[in-house]
Design a protein around this ligand. Sequence first.
Ligand SMILES: [Zn+2]
Length: 115
Amino acid sequence: MTEQRQTKMNIGIRRGDTVQVMAGRSKGRSGKVLSVDPWKGTVTVEHANIIKRHTRPNPSKNVKGGILEKEAPINVSNVMLVCPACGKHTRIGHNRLPDGTRVRTCRRCNGTFEN
Ligand SMILES: [Zn+2]
């Protein structure tokens, strides 16, 4: 792989979070974040932005032919974090607790995300 120097984005979304898709083909859909790519600024969301990949059978690799369905990455600007406390999609705030740990907060209900 060629070396790529890019800026790592501070996405604020982590694997396991629930997000709602705000734009694109899977608009309105919410699901769990399967993976995050801070370099590309994309997230993969469960059951959202499914792409169909047509595969040819390849017996030597034990690959069956047919249609494979897979989640495709979505740009982070098209998803919003769903707050577990109020159940709504929200912007993320950042807070520093008195003991110095940084937490993500919900801008709607001021709830804190557990992580
Ligand atoms: Zn909230």
